[in-house]
Design a protein around this ligand. Structure first.
Ligand code: SF4
Length: 745
């Protein structure tokens, strides 16, 4: 019988992690062979170890728990994995984390489906025409060395998703060894405009936003409960905010053109004409000034023309609502104003963000609900943050045929680049393309060589979050179980092997990435506050905790938001040909689509529409009625760049001049759970960029819509249609007028 103290001992047992992995490994192939027991794959040999002879800390049926880091997004939530008989079964939040305090989001929970996904790449693949031929790792590494031979650093580029910690250090070292400065860090959905605007207004890119200390939160399209920056952290702050400060329950006002999950939770949801968020912010400042709030001279001058009548006319927000909002902000202090991606996705996105940040300053929020953050005192580990401007530069270079060797890692631009960029065609001009990949996604399919990666649940690493909740922290990633597939490798191990090809002597002391990581952290042990601890104890404690907490270096916060240079354009004129604004929505589960092959995420009903396994076009019911559109009508959505088709969903939470399609679906690759489900709005995005940062203006594409004469039953978790894809009936042969929905259910 196992009592609770034995279980506690197991959870905290300081045994060697490598022995644990050796003993507890249980490969998929061996399950079929042995039925029970464990296998270990070391040096190509597979050893079956019966649980009869298992180490004393292995008790069949009793779980052990390991702390690591969620790799499903960059928020850096700390996790705790439940492992039984060598298999990771469930992920939970690490209660000691200042970021997520024991909680996780649904996207994070689905991380086990990334690990166990049947479509993972399992062997190095070399392109032979349209096919991939399995090759050995030795041959793959030799091929890379051969392709780099005689190639100058300027002719080599590395395209990566956001990367931090020791992986970033090693990646930088590798590029340096090649003489290349061409690191492009691309994230299709990133708060890049916000970072730049924050830097100007507050002196730091990512200050700490204290929702829990505010009595009013006015959010301009920041979906902080869904997908914005660090949603699990903000959800917990939001719960405190709702309980109230000084006995006053917090009031949330959400301003946006398409309702987000956060908008659906707001006390007041104000719909604005797309792109006019900055005008509204200046109108509020003007009204605050008129009601007695002191404005500095330059601010008063900048908002002079934004009287209520004009602002109401431009934004569509009534004067009555404007007055109520101003009264609320005056009455309840401190408040917090947030600028989200919905406000920033325009050619004047930086201006919108600047106006919104200025409102924070006028309200006196800087230093109260907006505070200085901290960063780790090791600049080389600080995240290389992704944006879309990097992809634009790379795309231009590819078009010019600049690169002979291109590496790609943790990003899928063939799927996420706006169609107007013609990225796939330009990628073809790179001489030799190497993809480090978990799956054959759209970008890996274009590669000449695909190198299969360990999952985050079987690999080592460190991660530094961009948004720090308390002090600073370095997150530890460690394997929760032995590798599922013998022939995958960790990204750190791959980079170490590659850099050794160039500088063998420098890295000769590191047999593998584990050794590199351990050695590097021990080197800075003193700076991490553990100078007096012996190496083994420090290492055991670090792995047990999964987090290295630091006071960190305090960022300097300034309240210097200035009205200088604020030039907001008037509300966009109507486009006679393309009359709708397209809002590509970023959902909490699918984000940019890199995890769409995790079936839990496909199966989880969208929180607002309850639709599963498919894409949809949100359209306002009044506009739909004008155009004779009903739910399920298949619409062709056309921009100047391209067109896609999806079912109509009538939704009152959207501005009548806009339609919205969620991002993430519409894959042509990425495996059985992603391919062929829904449509990809990235394909039809026009090449419009924020004028200050060069970021893709995600919300600037204009579209027209037309019915194609088909109607389908929307697969959703509400209403009569039910939630199973099999229940869908496509009326392919009938015109819209002929379809009788009741017959099809
Ligand atoms: S927000 Fe969700 S997906 Fe992102 S790190 Fe946290 S738990 Fe993981």
């Amino acid at each position: 019988m196992i009592d609770s103290s034995s279980i506690k001992q197991l959870a905290g047992h300081p045994f060697d992690r490598r022995d644990f992995l050796k003993v507890l490994g249980w490969s998929g192939a061996a399950v079929a062979l042995s039925g029970c027991g464990n296998t270990s794959i070391e040096n190509g040999k597979e050893t079956v170890v019966s649980y009869v002879e298992a180490a004393d800390y292995v008790i069949p049926g009793v779980a052990v728990y390991y702390n690591s880091t969620c790799a499903q997004c960059d928020a850096g939530c700390n996790i705790n994995g439940r492992v039984r008989e060598g298999r990771v079964l469930k992920l939970e939040g690490n209660a000691a984390s200042a970021i997520n305090r024991g909680k996780m989001c649904g996207l994070g929970q689905a991380g086990v489906q990334h690990h166990y996904n049947p479509d993972r790449v399992r062997e190095p693949l070399l392109r032979k025409g349209d096919k991939g031929e399995t090759i050995s790792w030795d041959k793959a590494y030799a091929l890379i060395a051969e392709k780099l031979n005689g190639v100058s650093g300027e002719q080599v580029a590395f395209l990566s998703g956001a990367v931090s910690g020791h992986l970033k250090v090693l990646l930088g070292n590798y590029l340096e060894s090649l003489g290349s400065k061409n690191l492009y860090v691309y994230e299709a959905v990133a708060p890049a405009v916000q970072r730049a605007a924050n830097k100007k207004a507050y002196g730091t890119e990512m200050p700490r936003f204290n929702i829990n200390k505010a009595k009013v939160v006015l959010s301009f399209g920041a979906d902080f409960l869904g997908s914005w920056v660090s949603p699990v952290h903000f959800s917990q702050q939001y719960a405190q905010f709702r309980k109230g400060v000084d006995g006053q329950r917090g009031v949330l006002v959400q301003v946006e053109s398409k309702m987000t999950l956060t908008g659906a939770n707001a006390d007041r949801w104000l719909v604005v004409r797309p792109g006019t968020e900055g005008i509204l912010a200046l109108g509020i400042i003007n009204a605050l000034g008129a009601s007695g709030v002191t404005l500095s001279g330059d601010v008063a001058a900048a908002v002079q023309g934004y009287d209520k009548a004009r602002v109401s006319n431009d934004t569509g927000v009534s004067v009555e609502h404007l007055d109520k909002l101003v009264a609320l902000l005056k009455e309840r202090t401190p408040s917090l104003v947030l600028a989200g991606s919905a406000a920033e996705g325009y050619a004047h996105g930086s201006q919108n963000a600047a106006a919104i940040n200025l409102l924070n300053q006028v309200l006196g929020n800087v230093g109260k609900t907006i505070e200085a953050s901290a960063s780790v005192p090791f600049p080389q580990m600080i995240p290389a943050k992704g944006n879309t401007a990097a992809l634009k530069t790379l795309n231009d270079d590819l078009a010019a045929g600049k690169y002979k060797v291109l590496f790609t890692y943790a990003t899928n631009p063939v799927f996420t680049a706006p169609g107007s960029m013609k990225f796939k065609a330009n990628l073809d001009k790179a001489g030799f393309k190497v993809a480090f990949a978990h799956y054959l996604d759209e970008t890996a399919l274009e590669a000449d060589l695909v190198l299969p990666l360990d999952s985050a649940l079987e690999d080592w690493g460190t991660q530094v979050p961009e948004y720090m909740a308390e002090g600073a922290q370095i997150n530890i990633q460690q394997p929760l179980m032995e590798k599922l597939h013998a022939n995958t490798q960790g990204m750190g191990d791959i980079l170490l092997t590659l850099v050794k090809q160039r500088e063998a002597d420098k890295y000769k002391d590191f047999a593998d990435y584990y050794g590199y990581l351990r050695g590097s952290l021990l080197t800075i042990k003193g700076a991490l506050g553990s100078g007096g601890t012996d190496d083994d104890t420090f290492w055991d404690e670090t792995l047990t905790s999964g987090i290295i907490k630091l006071a960190g270096s305090a960022e300097q916060l300034s309240g210097n938001a200035s009205a200088a240079g604020l030039q907001l354009p008037a509300a966009a004129a109507a486009d006679a040909q393309y009359s709708f604004h397209l809002i590509p929505s970023v959902t909490a589960y699918l984000r940019d689509g890199r995890h769409t092959n995790q079936p839990w995420l496909q199966e989880s009903p969208d929180p607002l529409t309850t639709i599963v396994w498919d894409s949809w076009v949100e359209i306002h019911p009044k506009k739909a009625a004008e155009l004779g559109i009903v739910e399920g009508d298949v619409l062709e959505v056309s921009s100047r760049t391209g067109s896609i088709r999806a079912q109509a969903y009538l939704f009152p939470g959207i501005h009548p001049d806009a339609i919205s399609i969620p991002l993430g679906r519409g894959h042509e690759a990425l495996g059985r759970y992603a391919k062929g489900y829904g449509v990809n709005p990235f394909q039809i995005l026009d090449a419009v960029f924020d004028q200050e940062t060069g970021e893709l203006a995600l919300h600037e594409t204009r579209v027209k819509i037309s019915k194609v004469g088909q109607r389908i039953i929307v697969v959703k978790d509400e209403g009569a249609a039910g939630g199973k894809p099999e229940q869908r009936r496509i009326a392919l042969s009938k015109s819209t007028d002929q379809v009788k929905l009741s017959e099809e259910v």
